[in-house]
Write a protein that binds this ligand. Structure first.
Ligand code: SF4
Length: 84
């Protein structure tokens, strides 16, 4: 058995594992994207105060930090809720 063939056999499980991890990661990212787009996950992206073209929060008049963009803040306002 050649060394190259033996090394290939040894690496195959790692490649399968890495492929599975990549597919799982893509699935999680896809699920997170769907949750944001459907309002199940609160974030600046689906907040009524977020101005998408400028990526500015209208309430605080500045661009939120990445963590807040991803997770929202206590001042989050649902785009579909009329407060009166
Ligand atoms: S979630 Fe908070 S920081 Fe983000 S746009 Fe809405 S009010 Fe502004």
């Amino acid at each position: 058995m050649s060394t190259k063939f033996r090394d290939g056999l040894r690496e195959a499980p790692n490649e399968l594992f890495n492929t599975a991890v990549d597919e799982f990661r893509s699935s999680v990212i896809g699920a997170f994207r769907v949750a944001i787009e459907n309002g199940a996950q609160r974030s600046c992206i689906n907040c009524a105060n977020f101005d998408e073209p400028t990526e500015q929060c209208r309430k605080y008049k500045q661009r939120p930090p990445a963590r807040v963009i991803a997770l929202g803040c206590p001042e989050y306002e649902d785009e579909d809720v009329i407060p009166f």
